[in-house]
Write a protein that binds this ligand. Structure first.
Ligand SMILES: C[S@@+](CC[C@H](N)C(=O)[O-])C[C@H]1O[C@@H](n2cnc3c(N)ncnc32)[C@H](O)[C@@H]1O
Length: 302
C-alpha cells in the first residue's frame, strides 16, 4: 500500500528516471526546495501523503534555517572585516592627523602661497557677508587669526584698527604687501593662533576665516579668541563643518585622511568646539556647498 502511494507522488521528472525506490531523496540537498516548489499540493482528503513528506518539510525548514545561519555568519564576517578596516583606518588617520602641526602648516602654506589666491578668491561673496555680520563701527579693534594672504582686507573699511596674524611668514608677507596696495594700515604679524600674544579683552572683533578646520587645535584657538575678545565682543567664523548631529561616514573618514594631510579637516564639528568656551552663537548661515560651509557669528557674554 505504501509503495503505491509513493508512486502516485508526482516527482520532478529527473526523479522519475530513477527506477530505484530506495533512491535517497535527501542525497540532493536541493531536493526539499524542488519538492516544495515543484510538487503540487495534494488535493482531496485521501491519504496521499507519504510519511517522508513530513520529514522532507522538516528538512526544508532545517535547510532554510541553515541558509539563514550562513547569511548571519556572512554578515558577522563582514562586520569583523569592517571593524578591522576601521581599526587600520583609525591607525592611519591617527598618524596623518599627527602631521597637522604648526610646522606642517608653515611648510604647506609656504608652498601654496604663490597659488593660494586662485582658490581663496572663490569665497569673496562669503567673506563680504561674514564681515558684514560683525557690524564693525569706526575705530573698532579687529583681529584676523590665520589671515593668510589677506583676501579679507578689501572688505574691511578704512578707519578700523586691524591686526592680521598667521603662522606662515610667506602668507604674512603677501598680506602686508596687499595691505599696502589697498592703502590700509594693518599690523601684520607672524603668530600662532593657539597662543595669541595679547592681553585679555583686547579686541572688539575677531575674524576666523577658513582657519578653524585647519589649525591643529581648534579648541585652543577658539579659547584664545574668547580670551582676547572684550566682553560683548564678537567673532565671526567662516568655514566648513560637519553638522553636529552627523557621524562622518567611512568614505568621509577615508577622504579626510588625505584632505587633512593636504589642506583641511572635513570632519570637524563646530558645536563641540564652541561648547569649550562661553561664547554664544548669535547667528548661523549656510554659506555654500549645500550648507557644508557656514558663517557663524558668536558673542562673548558681557
Ligand atoms: C586656508 S588658509 C586661510 C587663510 C585666510 N584666512 C583666508 O580666508 O583666505 C589657512 C591659514 O591658516 C594658517 N594657519 C595654520 N595654522 C595656524 C596657526 N597655528 N596659527 C595661525 N595661523 C595658522 C595658515 O598659515 C594659512 O594661512
Amino acid at each position: 500500500m505504501v509503495s503505491e502511494k509513493v508512486d502516485k507522488i508526482p516527482y520532478p521528472s529527473f526523479r522519475r528516471k530513477s527506477e530505484s525506490r530506495n533512491y535517497n531523496r535527501l542525497e540532493n540537498p536541493w531536493s526539499p526546495v524542488f519538492f516544495a516548489l515543484l510538487r503540487p499540493q495534494p488535493s482531496g482528503s485521501g491519504p496521499q501523503f507519504h510519511r517522508g513528506d513530513y520529514f522532507l518539510r522538516v528538512r526544508l525548514l532545517i535547510f532554510l534555517a541553515q541558509g539563514a545561519g550562513s547569511v548571519k555568519n556572512l554578515l558577522k564576517e563582514l562586520g569583523f572585516i569592517q571593524r578591522k578596516l576601521e581599526f587600520y583606518l583609525w591607525l592611519t588617520y591617527y598618524k596623518f592627523m599627527k602631521i597637522n602641526t604648526n610646522t606642517w602648516n608653515r611648510i604647506r602654506y609656504t608652498v601654496y602661497q604663490p597659488f593660494y589666491d586662485l582658490v581663496g578668491r572663490w569665497f569673496a561673496k562669503q567673506r563680504r557677508r561674514s564681515i558684514e555680520t560683525l557690524s564693525l563701527s569706526p575705530g573698532a579693534k579687529v583681529l584676523l587669526v590665520g589671515a593668510g594672504t589677506g583676501l579679507d582686507l578689501e572688505f574691511l573699511s578704512q578707519g578700523l584698527d586691524v591686526t592680521a596674524t598667521d603662522i606662515t611668514p610667506a602668507m604674512i608677507q603677501k598680506l602686508a604687501s596687499r595691505a599696502e596696495n589697498l592703502g590700509l594700515s594693518v599690523k601684520a604679524l607672524v603668530m600662532d593662533g593657539q597662543a595669541l600674544e595679547y592681553e585679555p579683552e583686547t579686541f572688539d572683533a575677531v575674524i576666523l576665516h577658513l582657519v578653524l578646520a585647519i589649525i591643529p587645535d581648534p579648541v585652543r584657538c577658539i579659547q584664545e579668541v574668547e580670551r582676547v575678545l572684550k566682553k560683548g565682543g564678537r567673532a565671526v567664523i567662516f568655514d566648513k563643518f560637519l553638522p553636529d548631529n552627523q557621524r562622518p561616514s567611512l568614505i568621509r573618514r577615508i577622504l579626510n585622511v588625505f584632505t587633512n594631510f593636504a589642506a583641511t579637516n572635513i570632519n570637524r564639528q563646530l558645536g563641540p568646539i564652541l561648547r569649550e568656551t562661553s561664547l554664544k552663537m548669535v547667528q548661523e548661515e549656510k554659506a555654500g556647498f549645500s550648507g557644508f560651509f557656514k558663517i557663524v557669528l558668536v558673542e562673548k557674554p558681557a
